[in-house]
Design a protein around this ligand. Structure first.
Ligand code: LRH
Ligand code: MN
Length: 431
């Protein structure tokens, strides 16, 4: 029995039932945008060109330190995860790449894995290393750190793991390594914070030295957790200085959930663009800490403001501007496929809204110190409901006008629950 997948017939039927309404809404929006000098079809083409990577660790049900409540039809291994990633891309047509995490996604034949992904119409984005957990029979524990550990042997082990991830990534066709470390301390005095950073930089120099010429390494900062007094790479400033010291192939990755509440993340983005050090994003949303909630589900205006900086940078032709877009979320109470589809759509939305900002009117208002006038130029774009353009972009790219409804109508999850016997693992933790 072949594994179930959503049929072209079902997709066609679901789209046919919604096509007339979409055409009406699309025409009305295109007329309204036309009055603002914006070509609706051109905007739709820009939306069709937008892509974000799915984190392999996001297609399984996530958890917290307290518990994880797996859902039906959980992916058992990387091949199930790729199948689910393919289903997401099949319906939203905005997630053509996958970001893997090692050793969570370790397998025996990476060339075969690349072929399987290609058959699903998927490619691999940045690979993620993991020196924040101990693996069975690991010689040196990461309890007290990894790349900044006081013991050279533990650092060497962490360096070797990152170099292994690069070797795997080369077989998968990736062009970047993301390094997030949990290293830090829980007590004042526990760690010499200056020497910890020096040890981290020494370790990163060894990893940087083996990066292929066309690769980048993304440094991911995080204010706290699992360390609760100091984190070695705690903020964009430290990450930026480290990337600057390492060299041109080192850039900074902004995970939206890794900042103190109320930090102006869109300004951090503008700063990293200015210095040519914006490597990419881990998109998600949060209300308190690193909540890893669905993108656009808490602060959609902030997400729009981030994309406003990105489009402004692109329009200014900012040097070396090639940010990698990736999601990084934990789906504890929803079907991960639905959450990832909706999150990709919220990114398309923020991107499309940023594209319709009247940048000359905005610049004129800024030059005139017309504070409210400038703010209202952004609000005008943000309050424009671009949903018909997002749906038309999906339809024209062979996807679903209504991905979540189509997914539910397909019964995909029920079929997977039959095909995939439940995995007896309910331990706590994000995956
Ligand atoms: C750390 C982080 C990092 C990943 C992990 C799954 O909080 O954002 O990007 O390695 O989550
Ligand atoms: Mn992240």
């Amino acid at each position: 029995m072949t594994d179930f997948s959503i049929s072209a017939d079902l997709l066609q039927a679901e789209n046919a039932a919604r096509k007339m309404a979409l055409d009406e809404d699309y025409a009305a929006l295109a007329r309204a945008l036309g009055r603002r000098g914006i070509d609706g079809d051109a905007l739709t083409r820009r939306v069709m060109a937008f892509g974000v990577a799915i984190p392999t660790w996001g297609v399984g049900t996530g958890g917290t330190r307290f518990a994880r409540f797996p859902g039906p039809g959980e992916p058992r291994h990387l091949f199930d995860k790729l199948e689910d990633c393919a289903t997401i891309h099949h319906l939203v047509r905005a997630t053509p790449t996958v970001s893997p995490h090692f050793p969570w996604d370790a397998t025996s034949d990476y060339a075969a894995l690349r072929e399987v992904a290609a058959k699903h119409g998927l490619a691999f984005d940045a690979v993620n290393s993991n020196t924040f957990q101990d693996q069975p029979n690991q010689e040196h524990s990461y309890k007290f750190g990894s790349l900044s550990h006081v013991e050279p042997a533990a650092r060497a082990q962490a360096i070797a793991h990152n170099i292994d991830c690069i070797a795997i990534g080369r077989q998968l066709g990736s062009k970047a390594l993301t390094v997030w470390i949990a290293d830090g301390s829980n007590f004042a005095g526990q760690s010499n914070m200056a020497l910890a950073l020096d040890r981290y930089l020494d370790s990163m120099r060894e990893i940087y030295a083996v990066l292929p010429a066309d690769w980048r390494v993304f440094l991911e900062h995080k204010l706290y957790e699992p360390a609760f007094y100091s984190s070695v790479i705690s903020d964009w400033g430290t990450s930026f200085a480290a990337a600057q010291e390492l060299g041109p192939k080192a850039q900074c990755l902004v995970d939206l959930g890794h900042h103190a509440p109320n930090v102006n993340i869109e300004q951090i983005v503008a700063r990293l663009v200015r210095f040519g050090k914006l490597g990419g994003f881990h998109f998600n949303d949060s209300k308190y800490g690193d909540d890893d909630l669905d993108t656009g589900s808490v602060e959609p205006f902030r997400l729009f403001l981030v994309f406003n900086e990105l489009i402004d940078a692109r329009m200014r032709g900012a040097e070396g501007f090639a940010p990698a877009y990736m999601l990084d979320q934990s789906h504890n109470v929803t079907d991960p496929i639905e959450s990832l589809m909706q999150s990709a759509i919220e990114l398309q939305r923020a991107h499309a809204q940023a594209l319709i900002v009247d940048r000359s009117a905005l610049a004129a208002a800024q030059a005139a110190n017309d504070a409210l006038g400038a703010h209202l130029e952004l609000k005008r774009a943000y309050t424009t409901d671009v949903s018909p353009i997002l749906a038309m972009a999906r339809l024209r790219a062979g996807g679903a006008i209504a991905p979540i409804e189509t997914y539910r109508a397909s019964g995909y999850r029920k079929h997977k629950a039959k095909e995939r016997p439940p995995v007896a693992r309910t331990s706590a933790g994000i995956v």
